[in-house]
Design a protein around this ligand. Structure first.
Ligand code: FAD
Length: 488
């Protein structure tokens, strides 16, 4: 699946070299790790990524000089792949589905399933933008609500919440700027305090450090990193890379998510299977499938299995899936050649930095964003000083990518909310973009900015000045702590 993703989305998925340092206090020594690496290469024998290599202690330190030398025995280096922005992968799958005839509704909250004599007939849902209550009818239904799968079933009275399919675990990451001793590869490290594996990953011009893995029974709609989790990740990174000297102020923002894993009573979190299950609710309910578990890496394979199962339920023979070979909408034939060409032919008003950011987010669809700004000069403004994103991209989120809210545009389309300033330095420009490009009035802008600011509190962003929470909407640079980011 990793090879397929590298092929169908080469603008979003990139090879990622990882170094795994081996210390004298680790449970597994160099020989065991080497055996694992050989097995990994054999199991992925037809990959295009380079095979593993082992380093001696001296070799490991030459390769990653920031590593803690105390107790270091050796290191292994291997390749995986990184999806920089999983949200973009979701958006492009959605756009592809729409282009092929699917009807996709954003902000549609399902709160009831329509059943007739034990057979599924459709769903009732609320359009959260308008408050309208609607129904969608169909002969099969796939519940893909991730961590919310049990809630959908519980609300419809199909499975009691006391008998869950899922047992979610919480994972927290922190994001920091490049720091002394920061690795050039991603590091796969065994934590010194509890032996858990975690990663320090070069990501989005920053470093992503995580994750934790703990069973979670709290509010599914608001998952917030705890200060203990942040401190644990900072502490472990400072042990692994002594020059890092990271402290709480180093954290640009943190975030937490829930893994929708199959329910498993007791045992350690790391022992819970990461396999997915396409759960058929027959004979209790016919025509209903729930997806339990599933990794992002295997989303395509899981989707193929699910569609095949739907074909079985409908009694139709579906054509062979082409999702493993058909590129996603923004995939250029040759990413390198496309990027060079895009830079060479870019208009004078578009900086090289902005051009690079657009290509990194939209792939070959970056041209459509530039076309929009060519037609409307006010949309050429750089709204995000941290990334170089232009106003046209904000408008494009709504006109071409089904964004429904300002938070959708910032966090799930343009991705500027994941820059070091968590997007706060961009909010004034974003407000101008939706006003000029989409005709939003002041009341809507103020409402959306306030909702966005409230949403962002779960990221514990450094740039958000809580003391300044009474600042008027439209003056968001005052939410940026003085000197923390470039205020626009
Ligand atoms: C910390 C962490 C690290 C991870 N690392 C990796 C990794 O390295 N590699 C990897 O492959 N995977 C990783 N994963 C797993 C991966 O992120 C998940 O498996 C994947 O996101 C699950 O996708 P999903 O579509 O099933 O669920 P989600 O992405 O959660 O989507 C479910 C959707 O359903 C919607 N929904 C919920 N209720 C309703 C309703 N009533 N009506 C309508 N819509 C509803 C939600 O709004 C949401 O959009 C990680 C997960 C976490 C939390």
């Amino acid at each position: 699946e990793r090879e397929r993703l590298l092929h169908i989305a080469p603008h979003l998925v990139f090879p990622l070299p990882l170094t795994l340092p081996i210390y004298d206090y680790h449970r597994r020594g160099a020989l065991t790790i080497r055996a694992g690496m050989v097995a990994y290469d054999i199991l992925s024998w037809n990959k295009t990524l380079p095979r593993h290599r082992m380093y001696s202690r001296a070799g490991a330190l030459a390769h990653e000089p920031g590593l803690n030398p105390h107790g270091l025995k050796a290191a292994a280096r291997y390749y995986d792949a990184q999806i920089v922005f999983p949200e973009r992968l979701s958006v492009e799958n959605m756009l592809d589905a729409v282009a092929l005839g699917a009807v996709v509704r954003n902000r549609a909250r399902v709160d009831d399933l329509i059943l007739e004599a034990g057979v599924i007939r459709g769903v009732r849902f609320e359009d959260e933008a308008t408050g309208e209550r609607l129904t969608a009818r169909g002969r099969t239904l796939v519940n893909v609500a991730g961590p919310w799968v049990d809630r959908v079933l519980g609300e419809a009275g199909i499975e009691p919440l006391a008998n869950p399919l899922l047992g979610v675990t919480k994972g927290t990451h922190i994001v920091v700027e490049p720091f002394p001793g920061a690795p050039s590869d991603a590091l796969y490290i065994e934590a010194k305090t509890d032996g858990r594996p975690y990663f320090v990953i070069p990501w989005n011009s920053l470093y992503l450090i995580g994750t934790t893995d703990d069973r979670y029974t709290g509010d599914l709609d608001r998952v917030v990193p705890t200060e203990d989790e942040v401190a644990y990740l900072l502490n472990e990174t400072n042990i692994a890379i002594p020059d890092a000297n990271l402290n709480r102020d180093s954290v640009c923002y943190a975030y937490a998510g829930l893994r929708p894993l199959p329910h498993q009573r007791g045992g350690s979190e790391s022992a819970i299977t990461r396999r997915h299950i396409v759960h058929d609710h027959a004979p209790k309910v016919y025509g209903l499938l729930s997806i339990v578990g599933g990794k992002l890496t295997t989303y395509r394979n899981l989707s193929e299995q699910t569609v095949d199962k739907v074909g079985d339920l409908l009694g139709v023979k579906l054509p062979r899936s082409t999702t493993g070979t058909e590129p996603l909408p923004g995939a250029p034939d040759s990413p390198g050649a496309f990027s060079r060409d895009f830079h060479r032919t870019r208009p004078g008003w578009l900086s090289a930095r902005s051009a690079s950011y657009l290509v990194s987010i939209y792939g070959s669809r970056a041209s459509a964003v530039v076309d929009l700004a060519e037609r409307e000069a006010s949309l050429r403004e750089v709204v995000s000083p941290a990334t170089g994103l232009i106003a046209a991209a904000v408008v494009f989120s709504f006109t071409d990518e089904q964004a429904a809210t300002l938070t959708d545009a910032v966090m799930r389309r343009t991705m500027i909310g994941y820059a070091a300033d968590a997007g706060f330095g961009a909010l004034d420009g974003v407000a101008r973009a939706v006003s000029q490009g989409l005709g939003w009035d002041d009341a809507r802008i103020a409402h959306e900015l306030a909702a966005h600011r409230e949403y962002m509190t779960r990221f514990l962003p450094r740039a958000l000045e809580y003391a300044d929470s009474e600042a008027p909407a439209g003056n968001y640079s005052s939410y940026v702590r003085h000197g923390a980011v470039t205020a626009n």
